[in-house]
Structure formats: structure tokens, C-alpha cells
Design a protein around this ligand. Structure first.
Ligand code: ATP
Length: 339
């Protein structure tokens, strides 16, 4: 569930990881609850992989402490941490067949052969690969290789599964399918999933909570809805949504407060500028992108560009047309003060 249990599955206290002058992570405080599906989101180089590797035990923090189910894990090697990692490139052994790949870590732990086989088969069944045991990784599709990597991690029955851009190598359709399947798998296993992604849509649609990183710092942690509707900063609003970020001068002129604010494109009502009603603002449509059921308009308000999403009806405004915009004050989310 998304509520935090009394002992978090993973907690980070003031964790930093510096590589020379590079502050890959800088003073991170974070708690991930038991059974949560947790996303670490951020642009390239923001520190999310470093954070995952610290939890996994492949890196050590420069300072700060990490706990897994309450136990400090400083100096504890990855294989003793009750966490397992699924790597972006899957890291399968090409010369071993699927079953041997999945059994490998059990073999290292000297699990007896019959038990090993039974558990590997059960893991393959969970990822819908029953019957593929004798194939080599080279004889599988990208999506199937991804499933083998998952089976290889869950066969160890970890309490926390770490996934580094797990769907990054898959094409869009397969990605969407695997997103659904990962969610189902997480519910079935009931364990904590922490996954790294730079894809906002993926984080918002899959996770119970999302942590947004930038330049080694944690910018915001919240449910997808909180992150999307109430971003706490320009950075989060820009990165996470297709939200409009309104500059302080604009917000001041409308609401009397000199602050940055965000306004979601779907909250803007667009009408032809014909003089009736009570137009708040008028502007010119400068771009128009057909998205299927909806159309995204770029509207120039004399120097400020706003995006609005309207239904793709036949009379949706076209480029060059003058339109009026309306939105309620509630739709405008105030963020940081000017500065
Ligand atoms: P991406 O999405 O591109 O994988 P990321 O958000 O996961 O990015 P990290 O891989 O955590 O980012 O890297 C954070 C910063 O730390 C980057 O500036 C990176 O160059 C630096 N960094 C990471 N690992 C090392 C290392 N071993 N040595 C030096 N610098 C490193």
C-alpha cells in the first residue's frame, strides 16, 4: 500500500555521494514504505541511478546513512541486503539458457537442485515465461529478455526490488504493456518496487509516489497527483508536466502576487474572440498539434506563450486565429516567489 508503515522499507538520511567535485547526490532524505511502488524521476545526470546504486550497495555514500527495514546497511554487500536489482541492460549470461540464468543466484547460495528448479519455474511462470527455460537469451525478444531479468531478481524473494530504467530498451507498445504487467507483478508479490526513470508519463502512471531529482537534490516527493497538480517549483512543473509555467510579472498582473505559478493546459477554456462573454485574456494561436482526441494549442498573449488542450472538434481554433482564454483562479497553482 502507499501508506508508510512504521518501519520504512528503505530510508535515506542526509545521504550524499560525491565523485571528486561532482555532487552526484547531495543531502538526500527519503523514506520508501513497505509495499510501495516508488519512482525516482529526473533528467539525465540528476543522480537517480546513483541513489539506486547506493540502496543496492554497489556504491557507498560519502556521508549520511541508509537503512533497509530499519537496519543500517553501511558496509553490507549487495547480496546480503534483501534487495535485488534489475539492470537496464538486463545483464543476462548469454551462454546460459533462461532457466540457468534464473537459477544462477540460487546456485551460488547452494540451494539444492530440485528446489532451485521449482523456484526458477515458479519465477518464470510469474513473468509469463513458463516453458521458455531451455532457450538462450539470444533467442528471445527484448520484452522476453526483460522478463527473464525480472524472474532472475524475484527468484531471490527480495523484500525490495530495484529497477534501473527497466523499460528503457523496449519500443513504445511493449513499454506500455510491460508497465501494466510490472504493476500487476508488484501487487502479486506485495513487495516494494523502486524504479528509476526519466520518463514522466511512466512515473506518473505507474508509481504510488514519485521523487523528482535535479542536480543531485530531491526537489519534491509526492503522489503522482500532487506532483502533477501541485508542483512545488518551476523545475518540477516544467519537467513533470506539460504544465504552463507562468512568470511572476504575468501572475502579478492577474492576481496581484509576484510569484511563479503553474497552470495545466487542460484547465484553460479556449473560445473564439467574438466579443461576447467575459474574456479574461486574448491571444493568437501560434501552433496547433493534433494529438488524436485532443489538440494542443500554443497561444501567444503578447509575449507570454501558453499551451491549452482542447477537444479535437472540427471547429477547434486554427493557427493565426484570435482566441479568448478563461480559467478559474483555483486552476492556477502558486509556486515559489520571484527570485
Ligand atoms: P541517467 O538518467 O543519465 O542515467 P542519472 O540521473 O541516473 O542519469 P547518475 O548516473 O546518478 O544520474 O549521475 C549523477 C552525476 O554523477 C552525473 O553528473 C554523473 O556524471 C556523475 N557520476 C555518476 N557516477 C560517477 C562515477 N563513478 N564517477 C564520476 N562521476 C560519476
Amino acid at each position: 500500500m502507499s501508506t508508510l508503515a512504521s518501519i520504512p522499507a528503505v530510508s535515506l538520511q542526509s545521504v550524499s555521494r560525491h565523485f571528486g567535485a561532482v555532487r552526484a547526490l547531495d543531502g538526500i532524505d527519503l523514506e520508501v514504505g513497505e509495499g510501495e511502488f516508488f519512482a525516482m524521476l529526473g533528467p539525465s545526470g540528476s543522480g537517480k541511478t546513483t541513489c539506486l546504486r547506493l540502496i543496492a550497495g554497489f556504491e557507498q555514500p560519502t556521508s549520511g546513512s541508509i537503512r533497509v527495514f530499519g537496519d543500517a546497511v553501511e558496509g553490507v554487500p549487495p547480496y546480503r541486503r534483501n534487495v535485488n536489482t534489475v539492470f537496464q541492460d538486463y545483464a543476462l549470461f548469454p551462454h546460459m539458457n533462461v532457466r540457468e540464468n534464473v537459477e544462477f543466484s540460487l546456485m551460488l547460495r547452494k540451494v539444492e537442485r530440485m528446489t532451485r528448479q521449482r523456484e526458477a519455474e515458479a519465477a518464470l511462470e510469474l513473468v509469463k515465461l513458463a516453458g521458455y527455460g531451455e532457450r538462450k537469451p539470444g533467442q528471445l525478444s527484448g520484452g522476453q529478455r526483460q522478463r527473464v531479468a525480472l524472474a532472475r531478481a524475484i527468484v531471490n524473494k527480495p523484500k525490495v526490488l530495484l529497477l534501473d530504467e527497466p523499460l528503457g530498451a523496449l519500443d513504445l507498445k511493449l513499454r506500455e504493456q510491460m508497465q501494466d504487467e510490472l504493476k500487476v507483478l508488484q501487487k502479486t508479490l506485495g513487495i516494494t518496487f523502486i524504479f528509476v526513470t526519466h520518463d514522466q508519463g511512466e512515473a506518473l502512471s505507474m508509481a504510488d509516489r514519485v521523487a523528482v531529482f535535479d542536480h543531485g537534490r530531491l526537489m519534491q516527493v509526492g503522489t503522482p497527483e500532487e506532483i502533477y497538480r501541485r508542483p512545488n517549483s518551476r523545475f518540477v512543473a516544467d519537467f513533470v508536466g506539460s504544465s504552463n509555467v507562468l512568470p511572476p510579472a504575468f501572475v502579478q498582473s492577474m492576481f496581484g502576487e509576484s510569484r511563479w505559478a503553474s497552470l495545466r493546459p487542460e484547465a484553460i477554456h479556449v473560445a473564439r474572440a467574438e466579443g461576447d462573454g467575459e474574456p479574461h485574456l486574448t491571444g493568437i494561436v501560434v501552433s496547433r498539434a493534433y494529438l488524436g482526441a485532443t489538440t494542443r494549442l500554443g497561444i501567444d498573449l503578447g509575449g507570454t506563450l501558453l499551451h491549452a488542450v482542447v477537444a479535437s472538434t472540427e471547429d477547434a481554433p486554427v493557427e493565426g486565429e484570435r482566441v479568448t482564454l478563461g480559467f478559474s483562479k483555483d486552476a492556477v497553482h502558486m509556486m515559489e516567489a520571484e527570485g
